[in-house]
Design a protein around this ligand. Structure first.
Ligand SMILES: Cc1cc2nc3c(=O)[nH]c(=O)nc-3n(C[C@H](O)[C@H](O)[C@H](O)COP(=O)(O)OP(=O)(O)OC[C@H]3O[C@@H](n4cnc5c(N)ncnc54)[C@H](O)[C@@H]3O)c2cc1C
Length: 395
């Protein structure tokens, strides 16, 4: 069996590594080996152990998440054990591809321009890495991100529910004093009508960004400049090293997920729209989809017709409940500034920061715990509303 993978981001690289380790002939095609995928670069520390990623690529360990409300109220979530870390994608993705190469995967530099399923059966892609080459295989993994060429070649709609904008700045000493070990999340309609704005530090840089629904993507520059002005610290006047705009395909909210496979083609990571609602975490779930796809291929190599179904079924078992819960939380809390004010206020109540910390960063929560946590959030919110005022019931 030969597996072709288009895209060497977190999803494709982890799939390639695991397939090669299972002794399966694997070819990964990446068009921008020196590129840096637009991203905030926040990853849970646990992912490093889970996927065997060297900690040398960690740029910053975060000790506090600060939530900021529309009226400027703040609530801190302590991460004493630094369970959230920051990476730069250029370095992180290169490391993942290197791990795949070391495991025995073939890594090619090329831009895939078309993918199709042969009646033989088999899959083929054409790459244009200077000259056009055709590559064939038995299974194709579409890990080519939110603008997936593979998905479009096969006539499949690509999920582009949300767009993000992000600017990079130098992390000068005054900025490092405020954000050296802190990430900030800003909840207010004029920064994001349906998601949040963020400030994430790296080793020598700071990224400031916001996201919103595709239909409002044109307003992103305005939303970002409001965020910078509201934060202060002269952010609005500091030189911008780089600005990037890119889709954030947040998993479907309130509707069924489209099929994660079509015959011998499996869709992974952003190409399958797997970014988690509420948190916007996509790197972990992309890597997880790579791991699950590789396992489905390994376990069903004698019955290739079952691979897609096995992949989709394991994904559903592992994460469907979490997407549903996080989707409900996003739809509820990110709706208007009154709710955002309360969202931040309840994070000053005893026990609530710990719940959010787990919902965002603990990937092993049981379905039962997930439900009980989300119920608790809705209950305290209702109590805070019945008492009136954003600060009601807070510590
Ligand atoms: C502004 C912004 C901030 C974000 N911040 C965070 C964050 O802090 N934490 C987090 O967890 N998630 C974040 N995300 C989401 C996260 O970046 C994605 O979910 C994640 O990168 C998905 O990984 P992937 O491997 O599926 O796709 P990608 O990372 O997009 O990788 C796809 C790869 O395929 C390659 N490729 C594409 N087309 C072709 C082609 N035709 N031929 C060959 N190669 C191709 C690309 O070069 C790329 O290397 C953010 C997203 C955005 C836009």
């Amino acid at each position: 069996m030969r597996v072709l993978i288009v895209g060497g981001g977190p999803a494709g690289a982890i799939a390639a590594r695991d397939l090669a380790l299972a002794g399966i002939e694997t070819t990964l095609v990446e068009r921008a080996p020196q590129g840096a995928k637009p991203c905030g670069g926040g990853v849970s520390l646990a992912a490093f152990g889970e996927f065997g990623i060297p900690s040398s690529v960690i740029e910053r360990s975060i000790r506090t998440l600060t939530l900021v409300s529309p009226r400027g109220a703040r609530a801190d979530i302590a991460l004493d054990d630094s369970i959230l870390v920051m990476v730069r994608r250029q370095v992180f993705d290169s490391m993942l591809r290197e791990m795949a190469r070391a495991a025995g995967a073939e890594i090619l530099h090329g831009n895939v321009t078309r993918a199709w399923v042969d009646p033989s059966p088999g899959v083929r892609v054409t790459t244009d890495g200077g000259r056009t080459t055709e590559i064939g295989g038995d299974i194709l993994l579409a890990a080519d991100g939110a603008n997936s060429v593979v998905a479009r070649s096969l006539g499949r709609a690509v999920e582009r529910t949300c767009f993000g904008i992000q600017e990079w700045m130098e992390l000068s000493p005054p900025l490092a004093a405020r954000w050296g070990e802190r990430c900030e999340f800003h909840f207010r309609a004029d920064v994001s009508p349906d998601f949040y704005g963020w400030v994430f530090p790296k080793r020598e840089t700071l990224t400031i960004g916001t996201g919103t629904a595709l239909s409002r993507a044109r307003s992103l520059p305005r939303l970002l400049s409001t965020l910078k002005r509201s934060i202060g610290s002269d952010l609005a006047d500091r030189p911008i090293l780089r600005r990037e705009v890119f889709p954030i395909p947040i998993g479907p909210i309130g509707m069924a997920r489209p099929s994660m496979y079509a015959g011998p083609v499996l869709f992974l990571g952003d190409a399958a729209g797997l970014v988690m609602p509420t948190s916007g975490e996509g790197i972990y779930y992309a890597m997880k989809s790579g791991e699950i796809a590789a396992r489905a291929i390994r376990d069903n190599s004698a019955r290739p017709g079952r691979i897609g179904g096995a992949y989709a079924a394991e994904w559903k078992r592992a994460f469907d409940r979490r997407y549903a819960v996080m989707g409900r939380l996003q739809a509820f809390f990110y709706r208007d500034d009154g709710r955002r004010e309360k969202l931040v206020a309840i994070h000053r109540m005893k026990g609530i920061p710990e719940i959010s910390r787990s919902l965002w960063l603990d990937h092993d929560l049981s379905a039962r715990t997930l439900l009980s946590y989300s119920r608790r959030l809705f209950t305290v919110l209702k109590e805070a509303r019945s008492q009136g005022g954003g600060g009601a019931g807070v510590r």
